[in-house]
Design a protein around this ligand. Sequence first.
Ligand SMILES: C[S@@+](CC[C@H](N)C(=O)[O-])C[C@H]1O[C@@H](n2cnc3c(N)ncnc32)[C@H](O)[C@@H]1O
Length: 272
Amino acid sequence: MTRNTSDHGTDDPVVGLLRRAGCVFAEEEAAVLREHAAGAAELDELCARRAAGEPLEHLVGWVRFGDLRLCVGPGVFVPRQRSLLLARIAVAAVRARRSPLVLEAFCGVAPIAATVAAAGLDARLHVIDIDPTALACARQNLPRGSGVHLGDGLSPLPPGLRGHVDVIAAVPPYVPDASVGFLPHEACDHEPRNALVGGPDGLDHILELIRAARDWLCVGGILLVEMNSEQFEVVTDRVEHIGHDDLDAIPGADGQTVVARYRRRPIASTAN
Ligand SMILES: C[S@@+](CC[C@H](N)C(=O)[O-])C[C@H]1O[C@@H](n2cnc3c(N)ncnc32)[C@H](O)[C@@H]1O
């Protein structure tokens, strides 16, 4: 790649190329690509693919999530920085319990379970996803001995866990079907559609998860679900009386994301 000062205010050709392609954090991305490339030819190829829209994380095979560097492969959902909120809340919920059983549902590469593991808490971890490619990354991000389950919703969990899970945390797909076109091209073109959208109002998986969690949580167990702030009230209206107390919705700094917290009620006071 030749060096010349561009109208994008840099004499670094990689930064210039990435800026022209619309990368907001061009300097940081250039540094990551340089670190990853084995030589000039590979750097050129990676820059061209990045400029054409491939997610940086797919190109280099990892994503920074808080203090962690997580494995993430091509074709897999890349954990978003907004989900650090859920990770922090999950760690706090797990810390409050002794040797808890923790499940990340809709786990993708398992950023929440990996954060809990890295916190050094004495937790037994399980994760579920429908995408075997994502689970291959999750295995690399989790301690050996974690339960990694392939399948739909919560259905692949071992029956012996029924009623014993202390904390369930999830980022289900929650974009309304019709809004998928408004997502960045990186997401639409390079992440699986079923990792993004959740039905006409985006709530299909969230509502099903809230219903199904009742059977797996222990009494007093906590369910944490990331969603859009506008979705929280709709969800609250539709899941009343299904065996959880609504605790609260903890807002993210972006003004859009919330983490909804529910607590499993005792059987005797469970309606529906
Ligand atoms: C929005 S991504 C979140 C992934 C991960 N929790 C994260 O924050 O990076 C949603 C995930 O749900 C998975 N998924 C979609 N439909 C599913 C289903 N019916 N059952 C289980 N997992 C599903 C997708 O494969 C994807 O990995």
